[in-house]
Design a protein around this ligand. Structure first.
Ligand SMILES: [Cu+2]
Length: 170
């Protein structure tokens, strides 16, 4: 017990250094590799949106392990289609496209899903998402980790056009 504890403490110290920039807490190791940590998940409200059939989810993903992990898919019971997206530039304008290879969280690093970057696209919404509501999302990673998380529905003001119409040029 003592020996195992000593080893985990050393592993966590290394992870803590890598994670210091984000201020996240490292989770205890579970098996060979620690799980991906999911922080501050939120979903854009449909309140006031011109297209209430779409939304997007944002969060911080931290990988305390020493192997890269990829977010391969996501699902939600209030959206008929959920895709992983990234932003790219087409003719000088930022548009979003499907992240075909998923979203990689590099070993000992973190990935922010943010406006203007990688995000989880929620399409074919089956209900409205009022501000202050809480919704569940299921995230599947290539390390076998499947996480059901609760995300707060919040107001979204930046770059709204990108999240209304895929590949649209505002
Ligand atoms: Cu998108």
């Amino acid at each position: 017990m003592l020996r195992r504890r000593f080893l985990s403490t050393a592993a966590l110290s290394a992870a803590a250094v890598a994670l210091a920039a984000c201020g996240s807490d490292a989770a205890p190791a579970d098996g060979d590799q620690p799980k991906v940590l999911i922080a501050q998940p939120w979903v854009r409200t449909t309140d006031g949106a011109t297209d209430t059939s779409m939304s997007a989810a944002f969060m911080d993903l931290t990988n305390p392990g020493d192997q890269d992990v990829t977010l391969v898919s996501a699902s939600a019971d209030f959206a008929t289609m959920v895709e992983l997206h990234r932003m790219t530039e087409v003719e000088g304008k930022k548009v979003m496209e499907k992240a075909e290879d998923g979203i990689v969280i590099e070993a000992g690093s973190h990935r922010h899903l943010v406006s203007g970057g990688y995000h989880i696209m929620l399409m074919g919404l089956t209900r409205e998402l009022p501000i202050g509501d809480e919704v569940e999302l299921v995230l599947t990673f290539d390390n076998g980790q499947v996480e059901t998380i609760t995300a707060m529905v919040k107001e979204f003001t930046e770059e709204e056009d990108h999240y209304h119409t895929p590949m649209a040029t505002p």
